[in-house]
Design a protein around this ligand. Structure first.
Ligand code: C5P
Length: 238
């Protein structure tokens, strides 16, 4: 069945404290996003990869695609929030209908550009579950307990850690589900929402199958994470 990918990469990466957004930072001479694209390009059953970047990064992204000879990749302009960027990518996939024949509804995998170590075996699990259930997402056990704080900065309540999971990427959706979710959701969802799986449930009644992913799904967030990516890549080359 046809599988396409949306890679949101429209963020500014403020938490790294670097000038360059983290997805474009160089790791051993190659921008981080290029490793993530490569991870998807190597998967034969993936047809298209839509990369969503901020307007001011469009030229840079086109240059990266040319320099590192990426194939199957299309660049789309992003939005002010992660949801808007993903929405632009999802809509771009539908525009020419390629790989999205109505009699064989396709699956869309959404994955952060800053999680470069995603593997084919796990992508296959997500794509298959998304096809069967309409939506699927990666989860990981929580490493810290989650607490709610009062506006004055005191403890309000804490959650029972064993009951909760961290929602990670990749996530997969039947194309119709994710498209409708974005067509139906509100401005507030666009501004504040962070969970695509929740939009699918709320606006399409599609309950996501959750699958525990490997620790290699971690997201590059801080400056130290770039050094960690470098050492993992070096290790895999040696
Ligand atoms: O900021 P955070 O680490 O949660 O971002 C996750 C992903 O969403 C990153 O790949 C980032 O580039 C992307 N993003 C986006 N458009 C935005 C904000 C973030 O595509 N406006």
């Amino acid at each position: 069945f046809p599988v396409s990918v949306v890679l949101p990469a429209g963020g500014t990466g403020e938490r790294t404290g670097l000038q360059t957004p983290k997805q474009f930072c160089s790791v051993l001479g190659r921008p981080l996003i290029s490793y993530t694209i490569q991870a998807f390009e190597r998967v034969s059953w993936i047809q298209r990869i839509v990369v969503v970047v901020a307007k001011e990064s469009m030229d840079l992204m086109v240059d990266i695609i040319r320099r590192f000879q990426h194939e199957k990749v299309q660049v789309v302009s992003g939005g002010s929030t992660r949801h808007r960027s993903i929405c632009n990518g999802v809509m771009a996939l539908g525009e020419d209908g390629e790989g999205m024949a109505p009699d064989r509804p396709g699956v869309v995998i959404i994955h952060d550009a800053v999680r470069p170590f995603v593997e084919e075996e796990f992508l296959h699990k997500i794509a298959t579950a998304a096809r069967e259930h309409g939506a699927a997402g990666a989860i990981r056990p929580l490493v810290s307990t989650v607490i709610a704080t009062t506006s004055e900065g005191f403890l309000d309540h804490s959650l029972e850690r064993a009951k909760y999971r961290a929602s990670e990427m990749p996530q997969g959706f039947s194309y119709d589900v994710i498209r409708q979710a974005y067509e139906r959701c509100t401005e507030t969802d666009f501004e504040f929402g962070t969970e695509c799986l929740h939009l699918a449930l709320q606006y399409c009644g599609t309950n996501a199958k959750l699958i525990e992913g490997p620790p290699t799904l971690w997201k590059v967030t801080y400056r130290k994470d770039l050094a960690a990516v470098e050492s993992v890549i070096k290790e895999s080359l040696s």
